[in-house]
Design a protein around this ligand. Structure first.
Ligand SMILES: C[S@@+](CC[C@H](N)C(=O)[O-])C[C@H]1O[C@@H](n2cnc3c(N)ncnc32)[C@H](O)[C@@H]1O
Length: 304
């Protein structure tokens, strides 16, 4: 996943001549994409019907059709431009397979339109890489942030990559894992469970909130988690990590601090763990200090 903040559809993707895709969409050479696709490769998608929530550039659609041998892929995105761009990418890189991709048009949050819900009922797997950080402009999140850190979250210009990285926190307050930045992902698990109770889920995560929390999210929603791929990546310098500091601060003095350990590292091998607060201290001293975190792909099997 590239983290540029260009405000236009400006970054041509490898393999898509002339097509303009947002800078936040997956770049096939980026470690987020490589890791996600390693997980998709191991997910046993051959001959299966798959729905991707948040198709972005369509890089994963092309990969699932061409490399994984998926029988049919459907996909939608909150950004209404992306399903059609994804279709262009697939037409260009896998013209013989484009008839096996069905883009769901319009702006679709999760699977919250009648067409998307209808399509999901017939799939074997749902895949996604969704935001795990509350929108800094969200009113409830600002309140939480101020109460824990006595300073407002750094507001960035609302850039083109905004919806790829942030989600409206208040809208997902009914989901317990929202407190950990996992409300959007939890809402997806609940919907898949309701509309496609036998479908597996394959989700790509940043593990900054701690892998224990990610496994707990699956188990609490009656999915048995299995790790399919993992990699340590550099924390992008432009991404604010104060949400994780606020969560750590909220845990302090509760006696349950050990139940929630944010996971950053000072080294690319992941041998020198740092809390979010320690990572922020290093970044405050020198914003160019490299800080790392794990990303992983988890498959969830529905538990009857
Ligand atoms: C990190 S990008 C992943 C992109 C994609 N998998 C690719 O290959 O380019 C996250 C994607 O999720 C979309 N997204 C964010 N919030 C969403 C939501 N509530 N429902 C559906 N898609 C969403 C974004 O527009 C973006 O395309």
């Amino acid at each position: 996943m590239t983290m540029q903040s260009d405000s236009t559809l400006a970054t041509p993707l490898t393999g898509v001549s002339g097509a303009q895709v947002p800078g936040f969409a997956f770049d096939p050479t980026d470690p987020w994409t490589v890791t996600f696709q390693t997980g998709l490769d191991r997910a046993g998608l051959t001959g299966r019907r798959v729905y991707e929530v948040g198709v972005g550039s369509g890089a994963n659609i092309a990969f699932m059709l061409r490399h994984c041998g998926a029988a049919m892929v459907l996909g939608s995105d909150l950004d209404p431009r992306l399903p059609l761009l994804a279709q262009r990418l697939v037409a260009e890189v896998a013209p013989d397979l484009v008839h096996r991709f069905r883009p769901i048009s319009g702006s679709v949050s999760l699977i919250d339109t009648p067409v998307a819900m209808g399509e999901v009922t017939a799939v074997d797997a749902v895949v996604a890489c969704l935001p795990q950080v509350p929108d800094p402009e969200d009113a409830l999140y600002s309140q939480f942030h101020l109460s824990q850190l006595a300073a407002a979250a750094a507001l960035r210009d609302r850039a083109a990559d905004h919806i790829a990285h942030y989600y409206p926190w208040t809208a997902f307050q009914d989901y317990p894992f929202n407190a950990l930045g996992l409300g959007l992902n939890e809402a997806l698990l609940r919907r898949v469970r309701a509309y496609a109770p036998r479908a597996e889920v394959v989700l790509n995560f940043g593990c900054r909130i701690g892998k224990m929390a990610l496994f707990a999210l699956f188990e609490a929603n009656r999915y048995r988690p299995e790790e399919l791929a993992s990699c340590i990546v550099r924390q992008h310098q432009g991404t604010d990590i104060s949400f994780f500091m606020a969560v750590e601060a909220a845990m302090r003095g509760t006696g349950c601090e050990q139940d929630l350990v944010c996971e950053f590292y000072a080294d690319p091998a992941g041998k020198w763990p740092l809390s979010a607060s320690e990572a922020k201290l290093l970044l405050d001293a020198d914003p160019a200090t490299p800080i790392y975190h794990e990303i992983c792909v988890l498959r969830g099997y529905p538990v009857p």
